[in-house]
Design a protein around this ligand. Structure first.
Ligand code: TPP
Length: 811
């Protein structure tokens, strides 16, 4: 391309050299034109009610065909909802599949991006085979799965680019089985973002991180002057992202970014810019920013509104004049690449292609639903014959028949109405109708509720446990030493594991669970990061998407909040939103529950488990259990959060002789103390207090059964807790979260899901921390969080209510 572009832009612009070049350029025009037609038609599909919502890539077409030229197999994109043209141009999406996405087709074959789970415009490619194993990513033009949240594609982009650096620097990863992820780090990560979204903190955090690490990350900013209705003057200082990022420009041997500016309607300049930018990014492993200015948005932000409400008449006219398709067409004519007649012919054909694709996608979408409608009408006919409610059922059937293009909900509504009407009847036809509905319930689980967790053989709950062994001379060590030894084994066993975070490298962590491991394994395996929790997690996600097994450290549980959005919006729903076609099996290592003061003692477990469904949440009571969880999770292919107990690093534990090998299963509770009077369910650092309290209560003749839930997600998979409640008939849940936090979750699980309510003789209770943040000092802790005294009192109160004579009021 470069030579050919030179031919065009050198002295003799009118001399068109080669047919090959002409074909390539005309193909770009066709892709851009078809993409625009799809946007126009897509909007109509929404306004006519066939599709629910539309957000399109009109105005960004020409920039994207230019970018696509330099995107190679093995590269990765992390972008957003405007990138349809790029997806078409890289042959990762057909027009028909794009329309299937607009309609929300739930068949992954027809709608390969999200199987109808996300609104149209959320793209992604398949990194996995149907059995969950990796494809050869070096043969795919990869796109990580989009999410809607502005700038949230940036943290993951950092990791995707960083993977190239480590595949380049760690020669151990340049051989089998890692060659399917990278060709010696030669790949680059392309990011796209709208100009307004650069106002987000995530953007700046990611830009800085990539500059620090010097990774091959190429960010394109599509600058159309607006974020929905809000113009640049309210978004960006100096109204230019490239102006304000000038300080990042590398110069005179000082490392930084290479920054380019170009215009969204200037095809030739776009091609030149991308060619240069990609050569630097790929060749020198330098981050690059391309500010694509003068971009239009012909149909406004989305189908939810019209841009005439907020754009001036001058702006609207400018957008017409500088429409990229119009400008590219003019350029084709000026440079004699094609005649007006030839272009018209191409455009006619392109329009037809889009119409055909739309019709085919609609037919694919509606046909199975129409078949189901017919099936149900036949079933209703049969029910009528044997029912006393003939007239009403016939009316329901006729109402259904009148809906020409039904959705499934219309059919279910009709079926349910009839089943309710005939609930006292016992015909075989009614049974068939009921069976039909039940089968649909099952089908809908697959359509809408599968793949929250891995459905592969490597699902982490399927990993077989291995008991910790204690052969030979008992060896006692501080908890942090035990962990360190376990991480040492992990790093030795899995070359794809990297461990990083604030202070994790040189000093081996603030609690020294990684002491000396950087010296042993090198900076490509164990390393420090800046203080930037969101991109630490993004870094891990991107690395994991490219075959690494990252262990990302969040220094304290309290600071997980900074990363919670990325964990929730990106990681937790990754498998779900791709219906199992992408995975990022990362481990988030952190520590918390109880130490000192408001910002080092939090245990916001309710917040965490409610926002992170899709990630396992392990709450080990000591470092042996923590180590066992790390070993288990690494044997699976899913993400997990492991929260170590902050106050246990310096407590002695016996080191298992099979350190690095033993595995603690997920979703399996452990009874720490058997008892017959009351079941006390807890986790994490409360276990120790619960055991202390149980000992005190034993002296009063109260026999407490203490159960450590061990993992909050998943929760007690084989329903062991209710077995204990059957025996004790009393239940107390203890934790350090706020009232109604994770303790309420546990109560719901045991009382409702496990049916524990049937066996209770006393009201089930929770004992949690106070609603406020935990106060400083030991006295502050005592008055903020549950103590052994509080546990004693709560258990005693439950017993006193049942037997006041034996357990008189104390206070
Ligand atoms: C975190 C977050 N805040 C707000 C929104 C709602 N929203 C969706 S798109 C958008 C504007 C984005 O503008 P820009 O980044 O310039 O991209 P464009 O849509 O113009 O291409 C907003 C505010 C969102 N999706 N995510």
């Amino acid at each position: 391309m470069s030579k050919l572009i030179d031919t065009i832009f050198a002295k003799e612009p009118k001399k068109i050299a080669k047919q090959e070049f002409v074909n390539e350029v005309l193909n770009d025009y066709r892709v851009a034109f078809e993409s625009r037609e799809a946007s126009l038609l897509g909007r109509r599909e929404v306004l006519s009610g066939k599709a629910k919502f539309g957000i399109f890539g009109d105005g960004k077409e020409v920039a994207q065909v230019a970018m696509a030229k330099y995107f190679k197999e093995g590269d990765f994109r992390s972008g957003y909802y405007r990138d349809q043209t790029f997806m078409f141009a890289t042959n990762n999406l057909t027009l028909q599949q794009w329309f299937a996405g607009l309609y929300g087709h739930t068949d992954l074959e027809k709608e390969p991006m999200t199987a109808g789970r996300q609104m149209g415009g959320h793209f992604g490619t398949h990194s996995l085979n149907p059995d969950g194993t990796w494809k050869d990513l070096t043969k795919i033009k990869n796109s990580s799965a989009d999410i809607s949240c502005t700038a949230a594609q940036m943290p993951r982009l950092v990791g995707l680019a960083m993977a190239s650096k480590y595949y380049k620097e760690n020669t151990e990863l340049q051989k089998e089985p890692f060659t399917k992820f990278s060709n010696k780090g030669n790949e680059i990560a392309f990011g796209t973002i709208g100009d307004a979204s650069t106002s987000e903190g995530l953007f700046f955090e990611a830009i800085n991180a990539a500059g620090v690490m010097q990774i091959p990350m190429l960010v394109s900013v599509w600058d159309d002057d607006h974020g929905i209705s809000v113009p640049k003057r309210y978004q960006t200082t100096k109204e230019s992202i490239s102006e304000i990022l000038k300080g990042f420009q590398r110069e005179n041997g000082v490392k930084g970014y290479e920054i380019f500016k170009t215009k969204g309607w200037n095809y030739a300049h776009l091609c030149e810019t991308y060619e240069k930018a990609v050569a630097i990014c790929r060749g020198e492993h330098v981050p690059v920013l391309i500010h694509v200015e003068e971009v239009t948005q012909p149909q406004g932000h989305s189908t939810s509104g019209s841009h005439e409400r907020y754009k001036s008449a001058e702006r609207l006219q400018w957008e017409l004049d500088f429409d990229p398709i119009k400008k590219m067409r003019e350029w084709l004519l000026e440079n004699h690449i094609a005649t007006d007649t030839e272009i018209k012919k191409l455009e006619e054909q392109a329009k037809q292609n889009v119409i055909d694709a739309k019709n085919a996608a609609w037919k694919d979408y509606i046909t199975p639903i129409l078949l189901q409608k017919q099936e149900v009408m036949d079933l209703l006919d049969a029910v009528v014959l044997e029912s006393a409610n003939k007239e009403q059922i016939t009316n329901i059937k006729n109402e259904l028949a009148a809906i020409k293009e039904p959705i499934r909900k219309d059919i279910y509504n009709a079926v349910k109405k009839v089943l309710r009407l005939t609930r006292t009847e016992h015909s075989s036809a009614r049974t068939e109708l009921n069976n039909w509905l039940n089968e649909e319930r099952v089908a809908n689980l697959d359509r809408y509720s599968s793949h929250l967790y891995s459905e592969s053989e490597m699902n982490a709950t399927r990993v077989a446990p291995i008991k910790a062994e204690f052969a030979g001379e008992p060896k006692m060590a501080d908890g942090r030493v035990l962990l360190r030894e376990n991480f040492d084994h992990i790093l030795g066993k899995y070359p794809e594991v990297v461990i990083f975070g604030e202070d994790s490298g040189k000093i081996g962590g603030v609690n020294q669970g990684l002491e000396d491991l950087q010296a042993k394994y090198g900076e490509v395996r164990v390393f420090d990061t800046g203080i930037r929790e969101a991109t630490i997690i993004g870094q891990a996600i991107g690395l994991a998407l490219r075959g690494f097994r990252p262990i990302a450290e969040i220094q304290y549980l309290d600071y997980l909040l900074y990363a919670l959005q990325i964990l929730s919006d990106d990681l937790a729903c990754l498998q779900y939103r791709t219906k199992g076609m992408q995975k990022a099996p990362i481990i988030i290592r952190t520590r918390g529950h109880r130490l000192e003061g408001i910002f080092h003692s939090g245990s916001p477990m309710g917040m965490i488990i409610n926002s992170l469904r899709g990630i396992y949440v392990c709450v080990p009571r000591n470092m042996t259990q923590a180590a066992g969880f790390y070993n288990t999770v690494l044997a699976g292919d899913e993400p997990a959060l492991v929260i170590e107990s902050l106050n246990s690093y310096r407590l002695k534990e016996q080191v298992p002789s099979n350190i690095g090998e033993f595995r603690v299963p997920l979703g399996v509770v452990e009874t720490l103390r058997e008892g017959k009077d009351i079941t006390l369910v807890t986790y994490g650092s409360c276990c120790k207090l619960a055991m202390e309290a149980a000992k005190m209560l034993e002296e009063e003749g109260i026999d407490v059964e203490v159960i450590d839930v061990q993992t909050l997600l998943p929760f007690d998979l084989s329903k062991q807790i209710v077995e204990s409640v059957k025996k004790t008939n009393r239940l107390l849940v203890v934790d350090e979260d706020v009232p109604g936090g994770a303790s309420a979750y546990i109560l719901q699980k045991v009382v409702e899901e496990q049916g524990g309510y049937q066996y209770l003789d006393s009201m089930p209770k929770t004992l949690s921390a106070k609603a406020h943040r935990p106060a400083y000092t030991t006295d502050g802790d005592y008055s903020s969080k549950p103590s052994a005294d509080d546990i004693y009192d709560s258990v005693y109160d439950i017993m006193r209510e049942a037997d006041p004579e034996n357990f008189p009021r104390i206070y």
